[in-house]
Design a protein around this ligand. Sequence first.
Ligand code: SF4
Length: 494
Amino acid sequence: MSEPVSQNDGYEVFAEKKEECGLFGIFGDPGAVQKTYFALHALQHRGQESAGIASSNGDCIQCYKGMGTVMRVFRSGSDTLDKLANPIAIGHVRYSTCGSSNVDNSQPLLAEYSRGQVAVAHNGNLINASLLRDEYEAYGSIFKSTCDTEIIVHLLAKPTHQSKPDPLGHVLNHLQGAYSLVFLFSDHIEAARDPFGIRPLCIGRTDDGHYCVASETCAIDAIGAKVIREIEPGEIVRLDKNGLHSRFFIRRGSITPAHCIFEHVYFSKQNSYIFGENVHEFRKKLGRQLAKEHPADADVVIPVPDSGTSAAVGYAAQSGIPFDMGLVRSHYVGRTFISPDQKLRELEVKLKLAIVHEVVRGKRIVVVDDSIVRGTTTRGKIRTLREAGAKEIHMRVSCPPIRFPCYYGVDFPTKEELLANGRTLEQIREFLEVDSVGYLSLEGMLSCAAMPKDHYCTACWAGKYPIPVDIILNKFSMERYQLYMFGEFATAHE
Ligand code: SF4
């Protein structure tokens, strides 16, 4: 079973794969900070470890951030949002995929350099950040955080980069990996997406004509604005007093995109539109395809809520087996405890995922989940379903077996810890203690997608990385100093 994550107001604390940050920015709106706050709520599923908002009055940037969910950081009754009230704002919710979960690594990162102030918020992982940092440290640069994002500020501040016609575009060309970025300068916002478009980023406009950008369309909906379009891979959009301006830092269309299809399978919210289609509809298609590939003789289809729900709807529709809610997730249980005791941990699972006995008892059930990472959490759920009297359990998974780690901004465990790594399907079935197991094929998954098959990253299933990863990175690659000075930290992170 995976460890609970940090402070949490009722979001998934047993997820085996963790979200990977959410961004928002809005220009020129008198309610910019309040809208950023609402937008961050809508993006909360992308990260619950820390949250922050930076705003500008046109001259000066202020920033407030802290550990925990948006609600926890910007407590109701506090006057933080009032103090930040300015017409230009960006915000960030974080799940740490590079660097520890601490306030130094929380975002937006605020810095001052020769051209003034800049605040930056990042979704993704830079695979060359460690190398770039070594280079800058060798020349005396001092870093305040251990996350990859800070290197971008150093690159931006470098005088030879500042002298370029488009300093930001020039800097982005130094970065390798996945990055959707939002920058707040004192009088404008710039938002950019990496040349492969790995993470989503889109543009919206309020009824009053104020432009905004967000990781997902659900955040644009949440502030009552209209979605305009996605930011294209390799594109920078600038929001300023003259409106929205677009430019490209690579030759437009020169690189085949590699959109993270896991965004569709698990990360993004069901009501969002990403990579040109609605997430819920996409997941239903996955469920339909799964039913075609792996039918089951069963009485009821139940989802592992919430991420497996859309696929289970599709599976039930295709198979003709009734859909029902045999598992009910509690969204109100916050952080409870981290117990080394197996019995207490099992109780904690039950507290967060309750069984509707009437749906399960004496039935042959198909359990649909979006994915399986380590498998220990899934096995825990299966055991509780058995205890509740399920006669047969047929596990169905709406993506292929995950066999490889992600280096582009998703915190998967190491290859060795992945359930499907080195195991046959029969060994997986035995491990999960189910009567049958069926994974959606890679071909089947890609057949559900709107874009051409080669426009998606599928590296965690197929092992083919669109951006070569020369150095094996881990989340704490840039925490070598701490590891040196305080040996006990090394074990704490492992
Ligand atoms: S490796 Fe998997 S999770 Fe990572 S970007 Fe590619 S598809 Fe997404």
